[in-house]
Design a protein around this ligand. Structure first.
Ligand SMILES: [Zn+2]
Length: 201
């Protein structure tokens, strides 16, 4: 069955996974689209509520981590695996996941990592952290991510009908408006101004 599913269908399910987790975590979700560039093909447009930020709020860093892994977890839940090409690029899901895990963990570890980054490179893109910082202890980060993946897979499984409907609508129309997303999720449209910029992931 999985072999008969097109790439566009998989992308739609991937984005639907981001959407479901973003709504559950309390983001404002303004919309989603499918027809992006080849290696970054989908996007959702969202904003964190009340000025919450990954860099200053470690609980929000955990929420953002879950939102970033929602896409590939939806692929794994519904298709058994995920497309590595959609998560490995610069500023793509794996890199942002690692960045959020670093922000979520205790400050001393954060300082160690920043020290390693500063000593070895002027700037190491998030998606190259693991490759370039092999000496760094990633075990605790992997534990955070494993826990988050369990939680996200459970949340997606509990919202399977909404996940499939979001994917179906996104596939058939190419985009989803915020108000339609909230209707499918059976949540009130928050009606906030669209202040966030587009961020592809
Ligand atoms: Zn994604």
């Amino acid at each position: 069955m999985a072999g008969s599913i097109s790439e566009l269908q998989k992308i739609a399910l991937h984005e639907a996974g981001h959407i479901v987790i973003a709504i559950l975590e309390g983001y404002y979700v303004y919309g989603a689209m499918l027809d992006g560039p080849a290696l970054n093909p989908g996007a959702i447009w969202r904003n964190a509520p009340n000025g919450r930020a990954v860099e200053t709020d470690r609980e929000w860093a955990a929420a953002e981590l879950r939102m970033f892994i929602g896409g590939y977890c939806a692929e794994r839940l519904l298709l058994g695996d995920n497309n590595p090409n959609w998560v490995n690029g610069e500023n793509a899901d794996y890199g942002m996941r690692d960045y959020c895990a670093v922000q979520h963990l205790e400050i001393p570890n954060d300082i160690v990592l920043l020290h390693e980054l500063g000593r070895n490179e002027k700037f190491v893109p998030y998606h190259l952290w693991r490759e370039k910082l092999r000496q760094f202890d990633w075990v605790q980060y992997d534990m955070v991510i494993e826990e988050a993946e369990r939680r996200v897979m459970d949340a997606l499984a509990a919202h399977r009908p909404q996940l499939l409907e979001l994917g179906r609508r996104l596939l058939s129309e190419g985009y989803l408006r915020g108000r339609d997303i909230y209707a499918i999720m059976e949540r009130p449209w928050p009606g906030v101004d669209r202040t966030g910029a587009w961020v592809d992931f």
